[in-house]
Design a protein around this ligand. Structure first.
Ligand SMILES: [Zn+2]
Length: 81
């Protein structure tokens, strides 16, 4: 399980940014990214969420709550300085 080729986004060794990967969906109402699971494999593992996958939108102007189970979710790459 060791990833010997995972240097593609880390090869500038002096960078301060930490890259994390999350599984998430986009809000059906406003498109806001809703991250429900941190992917510690660097974006390579397929996460199978349990049902139901009810998520409330974190956009204060929206707050729509919906079951996203069965929908295609995607990987979000988040950089933190
Ligand atoms: Zn929303």
């Amino acid at each position: 399980m060791r990833g010997d080729s995972e240097t593609s986004y880390q090869d500038n060794g002096g960078a301060m940014a930490t890259v994390k990967w999350f599984d998430g969906v986009e809000c059906a109402e406003c498109g806001f990214p809703l991250l429900f699971h941190e992917d510690t494999s660097g974006g390579r593992s397929l996460f199978s969420p349990a049902a139901p996958l009810v998520i409330r939108c974190t956009n204060p102007a929206c707050r729509r709550e919906q079951d996203y189970y069965g929908r295609t979710h995607k990987k979000f790459r988040v950089e933190r300085q």
